[in-house]
Design a protein around this ligand. Structure first.
Ligand SMILES: C[S@@+](CC[C@H](N)C(=O)[O-])C[C@H]1O[C@@H](n2cnc3c(N)ncnc32)[C@H](O)[C@@H]1O
Length: 195
């Protein structure tokens, strides 16, 4: 039996407020080319375009391809791909946004994707990212996802200098409206100069 995954982008298309992590990263990064990995309904892409960035937005969901095409924005390039299979350009981005997407990768794949993101940043570029914590409600029954403690975060982010990190925990809803306990690490990082 094939279990179809709901389109996050279709569920969230009305939610336009950008992630505050992306807003903070954009205020500190040089305007240039940005990458929005797992861009979903394009709320962060839209914000970055408005802030003057050229944006490469990547998502595996075909619904997002349609949404991106409808934007007709000259500084937007949409790539329909799985991030772990897409060949990221090196030393290109002043800002990378990876909001609520990296935990969807298993740990070994996530390590490789983070290394690619590190190489894709320019010297003073910034990554705004979220990871799910080990007390998250999905931890334990999603074996293909990654959940990390604060120490686990530091291990995963070895190639980065963590500029700001906070950890939030609350009872809320998932994208489908189901109750869920959230445990989220929120990170602003730059590429570590010596790695
Ligand atoms: C929870 S949504 C977050 C969307 C967006 N970053 C935001 O903050 O609104 C996760 C998105 O990542 C995409 N995604 C998940 N795994 C992916 C992968 N391996 N490669 C590319 N996109 C992926 C999903 O299709 C979905 O659109």
């Amino acid at each position: 039996m094939t279990v179809s995954r709901p389109s996050y982008a279709a569920l969230q298309s009305g939610h336009r407020t950008p992630s505050d992590l992306v807003v903070r990263a954009a205020a500190r990064a040089r305007t240039g080319r940005a990458l929005d990995v797992g861009c979903g309904a394009l709320r962060n892409t839209e914000f970055l375009l408005g802030a003057g960035f050229a944006v490469d937005a990547v998502d595996r969901d075909p619904v997002v391809a349609t949404m991106a095409a409808r934007m007709h924005h000259p500084r937007l390039r949409f790539v329909h791909a799985r991030i772990e299979q897409w060949s990221m350009p090196k030393a290109t981005y002043t800002l990378v946004a990876a909001i609520h997407v990296l935990p969807m990768l298993p740990p070994d794949v996530l390590g490789r994707v983070l290394a690619s993101i590190r190489s894709a940043l320019v010297v003073d570029g910034l990554l705004g990212a979220t990871l799910l914590g080990d007390r998250d409600g999905w931890a334990g029954d999603h074996p293909l996802m990654t959940f990390v403690s604060r120490t686990g975060c530091a291990d995963l982010l070895r190639g980065f200098e963590v500029r700001a990190q906070d950890e939030i925990e609350y009872d809320g809803l998932d994208a489908t409206g189901a109750p869920k306990h959230w445990h989220v690490h929120r990170l602003l990082c730059s590429a570590h100069p010596t790695c």
